[in-house]
Design a protein around this ligand. Structure first.
Ligand code: ZN
Length: 484
């Protein structure tokens, strides 16, 4: 069961374009200034901007802060003033030339000898000591850091969260999610805690390409040889081949974009040559590298294994536990109901999702759908010319709206009249492709309330639906509406 995604994206694109015009004017002014200062080819570089995002840049910082707390419990930080001080100076110098959103960046060394680095939303960057060790020069290290800055500045983490949230929640809920202060709740709903990391840190190849281009531009603007951007990645690939294909950590969290070398070279050609020689390997870098190599060896990292286990535990093949016959209470300002005590509730604004663990599944490209569980939300039907609308037509409008993101959804059993919470309701059985393959049954219950058409969708794969039917009926008959 997917959220009403196509409607959401259309609306968001329009909103974005509207804002984009004002933005472009501002950017044009800045570019004009820069060109007059540095006439060398600057105008022709690829202009990158963040994609669709329902979060504010300030929320990026809040999310980053929250996740960095979790991350730092799991990482072994280097906590070395000399190294952190160096990374912080280098990082801020690089970030000052980044396009996109400006964040109060923070750079920390990790006591891990594997080659990796990552960026959380809002500019929290972590760099493994193995990266400093492996770089041939400062330009290569700067390329990796610049690439990570690119992920933060282009807001790739919350862009992924936006896509995952939109897929999972009906349109009516989206406003509630972003408006609510429960960033922590949202993160846990999306499985975006640091251990799961799929939503925040597994980027698409397009995002990787953007990050490469920004890293390249940052190198260029800081007087490093931008070729070093790809030199380092090529060197890592060579080494991985030499060691019998042992994958380099960096590539497992940053998929290699196709034609990486070609796209970086094309960008370098666009930016044009520049006068003067490159400052690729200042004395300070060589001193820090020598110093890092002199430190006691990094500890073995048990949490990397742990992270892997969590990842494979996340695969779609595993079924959730059967719904428990013991029910627990859920209530919000509009209604209460009872649901299995081995399910979790995710409360957002006007609606909520109730689902077993593994009831929400990722499709591998950062999107999440509900395969088992229940969504409750509110739909605003279009009133007829008389200003009124009956339950049956409101329900038909809702189903049409759900079809915009679930185009193969069809009615398998015509609506029947039931009562929910003492009110007249319609129960409609729908069939829809399941995110797990095969079909799912979506049992839709609709009730008219002053706030709109309140609806519940009870979702389970068709083959297993019988095992859930009893639970869904118990949940339906437990609904009580708050008096208002
Ligand atoms: Zn990356």
């Amino acid at each position: 069961m997917k959220g009403t995604v196509s409607r959401i994206s259309t609306g968001a694109t329009e909103a974005f374009t509207g804002r984009g015009i004002a933005r472009r004017t501002a950017i044009a002014a800045v570019i004009f200034l820069s060109v007059s200062l540095a006439p060398l080819g600057l105008a022709q570089r690829t202009r990158l901007k963040p994609g669709w995002n329902i979060f504010s840049p300030q929320q990026d910082v809040e999310i980053g802060q929250e996740v960095s707390k979790q991350a730092e419990q799991q990482l072994v930080l280097l906590k070395d003033k000399r190294v952190d001080g160096y990374l912080d100076r280098l990082g801020h110098k690089l970030a000052s030339k980044a396009p996109g959103e400006k964040y109060p960046y923070q750079f920390k060394g990790v006591n891990d000898s594997s080659i990796n680095a990552f960026a959380l939303p809002g500019g929290f960057l972590y760099i493994n000591r193995g990266t400093i060790d492996a770089a041939d020069n400062e330009a290569q290290l700067a390329g990796v850091i610049g690439h990570e800055i690119g992920h933060a500045a282009m807001r790739h983490g919350t862009n992924q969260m936006t896509k995952a949230t939109a897929m999972q929640l009906p349109l009516a809920l989206l406003g509630g999610v972003v408006g609510s202060n429960s960033i922590v709740g949202l993160l846990s709903q999306l499985g975006a805690n640091f251990g799961a990391q799929s939503v925040l840190l597994k980027y698409s190849r397009d995002a990787e390409r953007q990050a490469d281009l920004i890293g390249t531009q940052i190198l260029y603007d800081n007087n490093y040889n931008p070729q070093q951007m790809v030199q380092f990645f090529m060197k890592l690939e060579e080494e991985s081949k030499k060691s019998g294909g042992r994958p380099i950590q960096f590539f497992s969290s940053h998929p290699n974009p196709e034609n990486r070398v070609a796209s970086v070279n094309a960008e370098i050609a666009k930016m044009g040559g520049r006068a003067g020689s490159f400052q690729d390997s200042p004395a300070e870098f060589r001193e820090i590298q020598r110093y890092v190599r002199s430190l006691p060896p990094a500890p073995k990292q048990p949490q990397q294994q742990q992270a892997k286990t969590q990842e494979s535990g996340n695969t779609q093949a595993q079924r959730p536990q059967a719904p428990s016959g013991r029910l627990q209470d859920f209530s919000n300002s509009r209604l209460s109901l009872r649901y299995p005590d081995n399910w979790k509730s995710y409360d957002q604004g006007d609606g909520f999702t109730l689902a077993p663990e593994r009831g929400l599944v990722a499709d591998g490209s950062g999107n999440t759908s509900l395969a088992y569980g229940t969504i409750m939300a509110i739909f605003q039907p279009q009133a007829s010319s008389s200003g009124r609308i009956d339950l049956a037509s409101a329900t038909t409008q809702l189903i049409n709206s759900l079809r915009t993101s679930n185009p193969d959804m069809r009615i398998s059993k015509d609506p029947s009249r039931i009562r929910v919470g003492g009110l007249a309701a319609l129960a409609t059985t729908l069939i829809n492709p399941s995110p797990l393959g095969g079909n799912e049954i979506d049992y839709l219950v609709t009730v008219q309330r002053p706030e709109g058409l309140v609806y519940f969708i009870f979702v389970a794969p068709e083959k297993e639906f019988a095992a859930y039917q009893r639970t869904f009926q118990d949940m339906t008959s437990s609904v009580r509406f708050a008096s208002r």
